[in-house]
Design a protein around this ligand. Structure first.
Ligand SMILES: *Cc1c(COP(=O)(O)O)cnc(C)c1O
Length: 366
């Protein structure tokens, strides 16, 4: 069986260093907000090219806390609208709802699966306060156009970088392309912890300080509370694991690019649509997503041949029970994508043999 993602194998590459890091934390006697977190925040900020990174408990919290901070800073209030793609992982949308803001869905481009900037302006109202582009599957959105619209209407731009660690837009990295960005270190992400984790990146000092306080009971100073905050912190153990894996992230991305390039060059099947690159080198291939109108058939065929695939994602947000109020709305592009996409195995440890087998089997599908 060729697995979709072999997490055990991925972490086994760094086992000695991970155990060393783990031992360092155990021996330190300090497990929350200590040296590992401080160093990771510094190292991750540097990697992204931003002034500030703040470790938080997970990727959803990263997005929730950014929006919450804009509320505390009086830029936003309950009922304000936030523009978000209609095809994203539900967390991007939950972060908006949880703050009592209204998510406004905008359709993606059918080729890149990324929010279509030409459809944003028609959705802007006097209540719109932010755009939340998602660098879905690991490819950065058309940020120049998005930032231009944001500037024109005085909106904040909050990147969802949960799938795009290390990905570039022109000369800047994901996390440094808007006003603030949320990252996830869920184990299966390109930079994955061995548990939950997340981070916010920004160049805005006031926002960074607000988020830091909000995630620590609203406290900026021990036993003094500025806000009605929450407990959302990265812990020392996960920070130490992430410090090890961050050093190998660019290597992981390079290996994924090699596999993706091989797939792009050699998959030849008239039933299959390959992913479209917006630009050279802006894709870190968190997911390699093909499209076909025989999706369920193809998935079963591949499984019968010992190849495991996944669907990202099977149900569009507007069809979810959690968003019943949208169930009768129609987002044709998003619906088509959800019906047709299939994610192929890809990772830094996938063997060339396995990659070749996957291509051969795909090319024989009729
Ligand atoms: C994984 C993911 C999140 C949420 O991250 P968690 O760490 O699982 O909370 C948010 N947005 C997108 C696009 C994701 O893929």
């Amino acid at each position: 069986m060729i697995p979709f993602l072999d997490l055990k194998g991925i972490n086994a590459q760094y086992k000695a260093e991970l155990i060393e890091a783990c031992t360092r934390v155990v021996d330190s006697g300090w497990y929350i907000q200590g040296n590992e977190c401080k160093e990771f925040d510094k190292e991750f900020a540097e990697y992204c090219g931003v002034k500030y990174a703040i470790g938080v408990a997970n990727g959803l919290d990263a997005l929730i806390l950014i929006l919450r901070a804009y509320k505390e800073l009086d830029f936003m209030k309950d009922g304000d609208e936030v523009i978000v793609p209609s095809n994203t992982y539900i967390a991007s949308i939950l972060a908006i709802s949880q703050n009592n803001f209204v998510p406004i869905l905008v359709e993606p481009d059918i080729n890149t699966y990324l929010i279509d900037p030409s459809k944003i302006e028609e959705k802007i109202t006097s209540k719109t306060k932010a755009i939340l582009p998602v660098h879905l599957y690991g490819q950065t959105c058309d940020m120049e156009k998005i930032n231009e619209i944001a500037k024109k209407y005085n909106l904040k731009v909050i990147e969802d970088s949960a799938q795009s660690h290390g990905s570039y837009y022109k000369d800047k990295r994901s996390g440094n392309l808007g006003d603030a960005s949320g990252f996830s270190f869920y184990p299966g992400k390109n930079l994955g912890a061995l548990g939950d984790g997340g981070a916010v990146t920004t160049n805005d000092e006031e926002l960074a300080n607000t988020i830091k306080a909000l995630g620590n009971y609203g406290s900026h100073k021990k036993y003094e509370n500025l806000y009605k905050g929450v407990n959302s912190r990265l812990d020392e153990m996960q920070a130490s694991m992430l410090r090890v894996k961050l050093r190998y992230l660019d290597n992981e991305i390079d290996k994924r690019r090699e596999i993706a390039n091989y797939y792009l060059k050699t998959i030849k099947n008239e039933n299959i649509i390959l992913p479209t690159l917006r630009a050279e080198n802006n894709h870190v291939w968190h997911l390699f997503v093909i499209r076909t109108n025989k999706r369920d058939e193809l998935q079963k065929y591949l499984l019968d041949k010992g190849i495991q695939t996944l669907i990202h994602y099977p149900i569009p947000p507007h069809k979810q029970n959690a968003y019943k109020e949208w169930n009768n709305e129609i987002y044709p592009v998003s619906e088509q994508i959800h019906n047709e996409v299939l994610s192929l195995p890809i990772s830094g440890i996938q063997s060339f043999e396995d990659t070749k087998t996957i291509v051969k089997v795909l090319n024989e599908f009729r």
